[in-house]
Design a protein around this ligand. Sequence first.
Ligand SMILES: NC(=O)c1ccc[n+]([C@@H]2O[C@H](COP(=O)([O-])OP(=O)(O)OC[C@H]3O[C@@H](n4cnc5c(N)ncnc54)[C@H](O)[C@@H]3O)[C@@H](O)[C@H]2O)c1
Length: 445
Amino acid sequence: MPTTRRHFLTSAAAGLAAAPMLAQSGRKISPNDNVHIALIGAGGQGMGDCAASQRVGGVKLLAVADVYQGRLDRSRELWGKDVFISRDYREVLARPDIDAVIIGTPDCWHQRISIDAMRAGKDVYCEKPMVQHIGMGQAVVDAQRETGRIFQVGSQRVSSILYLKARELFRAGSIGELNMIEAWWDRNSAIGAWQYSIPPDATPANIDWDRFIAAAPPHPFDPIRLFRWRNYRDYGTGVAGDLFVHLFSGMHLITSAVGPHRVYASGGLRFWKDGRDVPDVFYGLFDYEARENAHPAFNLALRVNFVDGGDENSGFRFIGSEGILAIEDALTLTLTPRQKAPGYTIDTFPQEIREEFLAQYNKEYPPQPVTASNMRPDGLETFEAPEGYDDHFNHHQNFIASVRSRTPAVEDAVFGFRAAAPALLGNVSYFEKRICNWNPETMTA
Ligand SMILES: NC(=O)c1ccc[n+]([C@@H]2O[C@H](COP(=O)([O-])OP(=O)(O)OC[C@H]3O[C@@H](n4cnc5c(N)ncnc54)[C@H](O)[C@@H]3O)[C@@H](O)[C@H]2O)c1
């Protein structure tokens, strides 16, 4: 009996938003027009977002804002000298020819620039986490509703063909009733632990320090705090906001969960004692209550560490009454049905009783020969995305499709806040040493 089935996924399954139509507000974009975009925060991710967005086709970059001159110069090297550049993002928002902005700034700026951009009539692709603190999310939700702009958070798993396949399997009942979920993300390299490079021209002349610091407590010029902002609570959200949030967005997509009711986090700063004030080992426990027509009550355990000693690795396991759905890397999904045979403990029974038990057991669960191909429990199924598959590109495709069609984005402000909130509450729990309660439906503490 064949026991392993392998399937290959294609991005046609990504469920992209509906075909382009005219925009309802802002500059009118006809189907043959380019969507005009601008980038605010042109660091590693912002530049990657901008490149992905332009690969979608029918997209033209007009402007870039950043507080560091080197990244503005680099933007012109990459995208041409006609690109408008400024250290002040408000100059970019003031341009009527820009339809949408990508926000790739540190987390402390996400809320402010998102709201300013939507109020200026721009659609927004804002990097994750949507906001830096739990109290900041509702204002973005309100701004999206009031302005009617397209707003999408940049947690690309929501557009991944692998996660969409996992959702389909989950909804089809492939693992039965959900019991628990666990995920981990372990790294041990300097870059993985956020020790990013400081450029040799990082001087006050090339950096608009006051503009960077305007969203955080005052601090004298210190380029380390700009280029390694993730290491400081003033600007970032720690490992929870950086990495847990991807796990929440992917998990909420698959299960249709909207958030936990109780959050407890623990951890510590163990290895990277380079002046940072956030932990490098972080554990979170999240209790989800039952949600009608979606899932029963279940437990979620997440772990991130930067002290692991091996290569970066991450995993996700959804464990149900009938099986396990595992996402072992960015490209592979496995579905393993729960073993049907219950096993036995008969060594202490008298021989005659043992034999009677075994005869009955073997009748009910005929022994299966173990071969190289069925060493896992029977029925294992594997789904693989094509080699080099890039969910980030699909996420930008979805955003641009929404901008054109005016249909809601796949990861709007409500979805984005519900993914960020438990991660941000994890920070509250860790730093305030307490369990946090949360109402994920109303998005209130
Ligand atoms: N979706 C993903 O997989 C993913 C991956 C990496 C980073 N991110 C997110 O992207 C964001 C940026 O991360 P990064 O690694 O690119 O950081 P980065 O430090 O490389 O880039 C941030 C840029 O923003 C600029 N900046 C700071 N304040 C600004 C302001 N007020 N106006 C304009 N520019 C400003 C900085 O000078 C810098 O160039 C973060 O929110 C991060 O969480 C997402």
